[in-house]
Design a protein around this ligand. Structure first.
Ligand code: ZN
Length: 303
């Protein structure tokens, strides 16, 4: 596995200094990128992503090194209308929901982790067992945010990892909004980092890279073995194989999350999810974000 950085390679002097000096929170992204390259220990992360499989796309090549982190899945990955369940040959929504959970547990098992201990679905308001359905997160922004404040307070992570605001999937953007808003509500200083999944590019879907601009990224170039592990783990998600087959496994990257203004679309032009009939536009998402900020009592700009 090779490590590079958009601003240049990590110097040997810097590596020497790190061996003897406490690592500041600014280096969380590089610590994450350099996992498996040395005896480096993973930061204790609260990883808040939208769907079962997003965690393997984000950190799947080094999943086995993350036993001390908690993975929180904001949605159950199953659409309420049951269409996905039917399309994948399941008799009903609950069977499809359960299958997606099993796929996730199997991916963790391959990495030597017990998913029952380190991977959970987000329960809304007081662990009442209410969960968020696929493509519904944008409709429950304030509720998800309030639930996340509790999760952050209880787990006290070293850093929180979530999606960037990139217009790839409304659930991803909702997750990003909720994490940013939860940290603001708590006035927390916990570092917030992000990993890209996909968004609209010049020639269709762009995967695994950030939108242009923003803070520099730390890039982990995965070894052949890590790429093999990542492909094996992605293959656990049989129900999602059509989509996941499009993703490469050569690298994973992270950066400190910038401040986003969620009441404006993440970029100009058509957002990736606006190319589908998913019942939500980028402008519609921004309206929901505006309403949620008001509900949460947060100033509108710069969520
Ligand atoms: Zn996703």
């Amino acid at each position: 596995m090779g490590i590079s950085h958009q601003n240049g390679k990590v110097s040997s002097k810097l590596r020497y200094l790190r061996a003897f000096c406490p690592i500041p929170s600014m280096d969380i992204c590089e610590r994450l990128s350099s996992l498996l390259n040395s005896a480096a220990v993973s930061p204790r992360l609260l990883i808040v992503l939208a769907h079962p499989d997003d965690e393997v796309l984000a950190v799947g090549g080094r999943l086995e090194r993350m036993a001390g982190s908690q993975f929180l899945c904001v949605t159950d990955g199953a659409r309420l209308d049951g269409n996905d369940a039917r399309d994948h040959g399941f008799p009903g929504l609950s069977e499809y929901r359960a299958a997606r959970r099993r796929e996730l547990l199997r991916a963790f098992e391959l990495a030597g982790l017990d998913g029952n201990l380190c991977a959970r679905m987000l329960n809304l308001k007081g662990n009442l067992g209410r969960q968020v359905s696929d493509r519904r997160a944008a409709l429950q922004l304030a509720e998800i945010t309030e639930s996340l404040t509790r999760e952050i307070q209880e787990f006290t992570p070293e850093a929180v990892l979530t999606h960037p605001y990139e217009g790839g999937h409304p659930d991803h953007d909702a997750c990003s909004f909720a994490v940013h808003a939860a940290i603001r509500l708590l006035s927390s200083k916990v570092p917030l980092i992000e990993a890209p999944l996909y968004h609209a590019g010049r020639e269709g879907m762009e995967m695994g890279v950030f939108l242009p601009g923003g803070p520099p990224a730390s890039i982990a170039l995965l070894s052949k073995l890590q790429q093999h592990h990542k492909h094996e783990r992605l293959a656990c998600f049989v129900s999602q194989s059509q989509t996941l087959g499009l993703f490469g496994a050569e690298m994973e990257q992270y950066r400190m999350a910038p401040h986003y203004n969620f009441i404006e679309p993440p970029h100009a032009g058509l957002l990736f999810y606006e190319g589908f009939r998913w019942g939500i536009s980028g402008q519609g998402f921004c309206e929901l974000a505006k309403a949620a900020l008001a509900d949460l009592g947060l100033p509108r700009a710069d969520a």
